[in-house]
Design a protein around this ligand. Structure first.
Ligand code: CU
Length: 111
């Protein structure tokens, strides 16, 4: 009796695990195909008033290949989405620095 129950439990685990694996693999391939843009977060410590994030955003948006800039004044961050074929982290950080706001790449947010 006990053996039967064990076999059922194994089958149940396999039955659950297999579809999950399939879904994960599907997600991964979808993500890989869509990597035509990159998203990075910069820490911009010098943002000291409500106007600063706007200045930073405008400076970063001028960089060719930058698709979107979302600045967060409270967190002192700028989340930048860009086309890696046209723009790069260095160019975006420099644009911000030139505007008076040195931007430091924040890796902890992932990409
Ligand atoms: Cu300001």
């Amino acid at each position: 009796m006990k053996r039967l129950i064990k076999a059922c439990a194994v089958a149940a685990v396999l039955g659950v695990a297999m579809p999950v694996t399939a879904i994960m693999a599907d997600d991964a391939s979808t993500t890989t195909q869509q990597v035509t843009e990159k998203k990075v977060t910069f820490d911009i410590e010098k943002m000291t008033c409500a106007m600063c994030p706007i200045t930073v955003r405008k400076a970063m948006e001028k960089v060719d290949g930058v698709l979107s800039v979302v600045t967060d004044y409270d967190a002192r961050t700028a989340v930048v989405t860009f086309d890696p074929a046209k723009a790069n982290v260095e160019a975006i950080a420099k644009a911000s620095e030139d505007a008076g706001y040195p931007a430091i790449l924040n890796d902890s947010h992932g990409s």
